[in-house]
Design a protein around this ligand. Sequence first.
Ligand code: PEP
Ligand code: MG
Length: 325
Amino acid sequence: RLQAEKICLDTEPVTLDGVRLEIRLNVAAATGHELSGAAYADGCGLFRTEFLYLNGDHLPGEKEQFEAYRKVLEAFGTKPVVLRTMDIGGDKQLPALDLPRESNPFLGVRGLRLSLGRMDLFRTQVRAALRASAYGNLKIMMPMVGGLDEVRAARTVFDEEGSALDAAGIPWDHGLALGIMVEVPSIALIADIAVREVDFISVGTNDLTQYLCAADRMNSAVRQYYQEYHPAVFRLLAHLAEVCRRAGKDISVCGELGGDPLAIPALAGMGICRLSMGAASLAGAKRVVRAMRLSEARALAAEVLQLGTHGEIRARLQAFAQEKG
Ligand code: PEP
Ligand code: MG
C-alpha cells in the first residue's frame, strides 16, 4: 500500500480529459519531514507561520523569522510559497503573548485584526517576509480579513516596510503578490470589489464554514451544525470562482475541503483548480484528479449547486466517487 501511495504521489494531477490541476502543500511546522513533501507538490499554498510564536516564552524576532521563511522558500526552489501572516487568536492562543480573554474568541481579535492592533509584531513579520522574498518565489496573504479597510491598512504597512528596505539597500521581490484569505462572509460577499485590490484569494473553508453556519469549529456540541458540505458553502465557493474568473485573479482553496477527495471534483467543476492540503492528503487528491474528467466534474458541480442539504450533497459526492472507483 505504501508503495502504491508513493507511486501516486509521484504522478501529475491531470484529469482524464487532459486538464492539469495544481496541488499544493500546506506547511505548519516547517520540519524537514514536512518539507520533504515539496517534491510532490506544486508549491506551498498555505505556510502557517504560527508555529514560530508557539515556542514558549519568547516572540520570534526578525532574524529568526527571516531564517525560517528562507528555509521554506529554499525547500520549494522556484515553486511558489504562500506565506500567511500570523493567524493568532481564536483557537490559537500564545504563551508569550498575554492576550485579554474574550468570551467569543472566534469573533474577537484574531488574524489580521491582531496584526493591525499590534503593529510592532506585524511590522517585524512583514520585514522578515519581505527580506525572505529575495530567496524564492514568495507570495503573502493575510488571514481573517473582513473588509477593505483592513486590506488597505495592511498594504500601507507592506509599502512602508518595503520602502525602508530599499532605503537600507536590502533586496526583496518588488513583484511580490499580496493576497487575502477569504474566510469571513463579509469579505466573501464583496469579493468582486475586493479582488480589484488584491493579487489573489485563497479560501479558508474551515473558518468560512464556521462563520456561515454559526457553529464554533472547536465545539463538539455543535458538530452537527458545522457542515462542510452545507449548500451555502458550495454556493459561495462557486460565486468566488466566478468572480475570480471574470477578474482574471487566482483562486485557491486551502482549508480542509481542498484536500477532501469527495469535494475535489465539485471544486474543480466550479473552476477551482488550485488546491492546497496537508501532506497526508496529497496522494489521495492526485488519485481523484486522475480518475475524473473535468467535463463530468462540471456537471457534478452544477447538480450539487441545486441541492438543499449537507446530507444530499454528501450523498451526491459519494456517488460520483463510487462511479470513479
Ligand atoms: C481555514 O480557515 O480554512 C484555514 C485554512 O485556516 P486555519 O484552519 O488555520 O484557520
Ligand atoms: Mg482560518
